[in-house]
Ligand binder design. Sequence first.
Ligand SMILES: Nc1ncnc2c1ncn2[C@@H]1O[C@H](COP(=O)(O)OP(=O)(O)O)[C@@H](O)[C@H]1O
Ligand SMILES: [Mg+2]
Length: 276
Amino acid sequence: MGKKHFYDGLGDELRAILLSQIRNLWSHSSTALEGNSLTLGETAFVLEEGLTIAGKPLRDHQEVVGHARAIKLIYGLLDRDAIGEEDVFLLHQAVLTDRAADIYRPAGAWKKEANFTSAIGSDGRQFIREYPSPSRVPALMAEWLTRFNHFYRTGGMPWDDAVKCYASLHLSFVAIHPFFDGNGRMARLLSNLPVLRAGHPPIVVPTSLRREYLDSISGYQNTVPGLADLSALEQLPENDASRQFVALCRDFARETVALVDNAFALQKNLTKDNKC
Ligand SMILES: Nc1ncnc2c1ncn2[C@@H]1O[C@H](COP(=O)(O)OP(=O)(O)O)[C@@H](O)[C@H]1O
Ligand SMILES: [Mg+2]
């Protein structure tokens, strides 16, 4: 029987430190991937002290604070057996902090307008990739949530299965691209829920692997014919590109696993000292 949470067995103080280290790393990495200028140290300072960094944009501060709030919501969902659309919307509202009142760019609702990225095709040329249209999103996301909740209820998955589950949920979420913005951060939050529920630490994409991460997602999307017309998740293939993304996700997890190992190693030493 695996642990219920990755931090079970740690004393209160070490557990609190580990959880804030993971929150800092996750919030920093996920926002830095999208252009946030705060360093890990600055992010930790903002989140732990509630103070600002001179000369850095207000928006960057709000973004890491919003992301940290979303992580809190994520931990709060771990005792539930399933999550629904409304939970996803609440997370989106936490993540999307720079929202101006604009009905075409909603926070806490699916996208209202088509969205695109510029990508490099398998022929090495640039092209514009169109994601599934807003009219397809509610049905696709209902299917995504059914798939998600199946994994979620499975509970105690071994590590290798948890990584595959994270990779599959992540790839399908960003292929649907259901929000006008925040899709990357939401994919990296939501796909970790089954991982956490299985008793493992979250998988955090390191900023040093940004290029590999984006190239792998884009390379996979190049293998999906007619992405804009996607109408069911079974049209998303499992292939060499998706398996390459799984392998990358296995690498991503190294940093949080190291933080957890350090905390337990410290606790073991303390216990030994106390026995002398
Ligand atoms: N060229 C690309 N091809 C496919 N997916 C991409 C590409 N660029 C970015 N992505 C995915 O979309 C995410 C960015 O989408 P976006 O809605 O802007 O989310 P966020 O605001 O959290 O960055 C990236 O993190 C990545 O997961
Ligand atoms: Mg964005």
